[in-house]
Design a protein around this ligand. Structure first.
Ligand code: NDP
Ligand code: GDP
Length: 327
């Protein structure tokens, strides 16, 4: 009998980390997750699998902790999903964002070189790197023009991954993922903020939702579809970079229309614009060209934009009806 593959996920407590853990467990991997110490533990997204994964203490700011984590679990694959991932927080904490989201990538790559250079590595790059877009739609060749400290940090993480691949021959791939959402998305991101508010309003628990830029366009997909693309990248003989997106773009206003309409309400009666949620510099239009990931990995998204919004509204309605706090 061959031993099961082992994978280490940094950011396992986040949206993508939790779905990737579900996915790898289904594939019979032995799953390890890096978790940082906090004064209150929040493992709500991995509660359902906590007895099936092994959590290892560590932090992207502490290289020795990453070396120790890799030495302990000896994985064949590392998925680097840990980051300060919320764009507005990156203006409030630009240096921390650089430490975790940019330099953290170098630290884990160094740890891989130290412990076992044969480990396959996935870096969670982002469409935010395209920022003020140089072409529409965006491909793997589109030049980057980040518009936030988060976007700048992700550009660093992307290029250090490419550089370590070219400098040291590591099997290091970078997935340039466009926005992907789910019922496990953080409440501060616009999709979840809207679907949670729609559920509250429908149940009489709130009467408005305050948003920023309604004209902004995003290429929104479903997170469980996107973790499949991450895994596919590490199963290839050669490492590479891939745009992962649906190829469709929708305005924040359209998100509101679809979400409110689904529960029989008119968004105009409840959505208020609030300058507090406008950004110093925004990314107005993102739409990816997924031709390469289709052709080379055979990857296709399975959930449409409308289905995604409906899944999220249904989940938030259930959460509130069950009297549970949003996670
Ligand atoms: P989340 O914000 O939900 O999760 C981030 C994870 O990183 C959490 O587990 C968090 O731990 C962990 N983390 C943050 N700082 C550190 C640190 N210093 N040391 C160790 N762990 C840390 O993000 P998503 O799951 O949505 O995204 C996953 C990755 O993909 C991120 O890198 C994100 O930037 C990137 N990405 C996401 C996209 C999206 O649309 N979701 C699009 C493109 C890229 P804790 O629970 O302790 O806070
Ligand atoms: P991002 O693409 O990673 O920044 O994902 P977000 O979900 O945070 O934001 C997507 C877009 O929605 C951005 O262009 C925001 O300016 C816009 N937006 C409009 N109102 C809001 C809001 O209230 N909260 C957030 N997070 N974004 C908003």
């Amino acid at each position: 009998m061959t031993a099961n593959k082992r994978a280490l996920i940094t950011g396992i407590t986040g949206q993508d980390g939790s779905y990737l853990a579900d996915f790898l467990l289904q594939k019979e991997y032995e799953v390890f997750g890096l978790v940082r110490r906090s004064s209150t533990i929040n493992f709500s997204r991995i509660e359902h699998i906590q007895d099936r994964v092994t959590l290892i203490s560590g932090d992207m700011l502490d290289e020795m902790s990453l070396v120790q984590a890799l030495s302990q679990c000896q994985p064949q694959e590392v998925y680097n999903l840990a980051a300060q991932s919320f764009v507005p927080a990156s203006w409030a904490q630009p240096v921390f964002t650089g430490e975790a989201t940019a330099l953290g990538v170098t630290r884990i790559l160094n740890a891989i070189r130290t412990v076992n250079p044969a480990i396959r590595f996935y870096q969670a790059s982002s469409s935010e790197m395209f920022g003020k877009v140089r072409e529409v739609p965006q491909t793997e060749q589109t030049p980057f023009y980040p518009r936030s400290p988060y976007g700048v940090a992700k550009v660093y993480g992307h290029w250090i991954t490419v550089n370590y691949r070219e400098s040291y021959g590591l099997h290091a791939s970078s997935g340039i993922l466009f926005n992907h959402e789910s019922p496990r998305r953080g409440l501060e991101f616009v999709t979840r903020k809207v679907t949670h508010a729609v559920a509250q309003i429908k149940l009489g628990m709130a009467n408005e939702v305050r948003l920023g830029n309604l004209d902004s366009h995003r290429d929104w997909g479903y997170a469980p579809d996107y973790v499949r693309a991450m895994w596919l990248m590490l199963q290839q003989d050669k490492p590479d970079d891939y745009v992962v997106s649906t190829g469709e773009t929708h305005a924040v206003q359209e998100l509101c229309e679809v979400a409110f309409e689904y529960v029989g309400l008119n968004w105009r009666d409840y959505v208020k614009q609030d300058p507090r949620f406008m950004r110093p510099a925004d990314v107005d239009l993102l739409v990816g060209n997924p031709a390469k990931v289709h052709a080379k990995l055979g990857w296709e998204p399975e959930v449409t934009f409308k289905e995604l919004v409906q899944i999220m509204v249904d989940a938030d309605l259930k959460l509130l009806r069950d009297g549970k706090k949003a996670r």
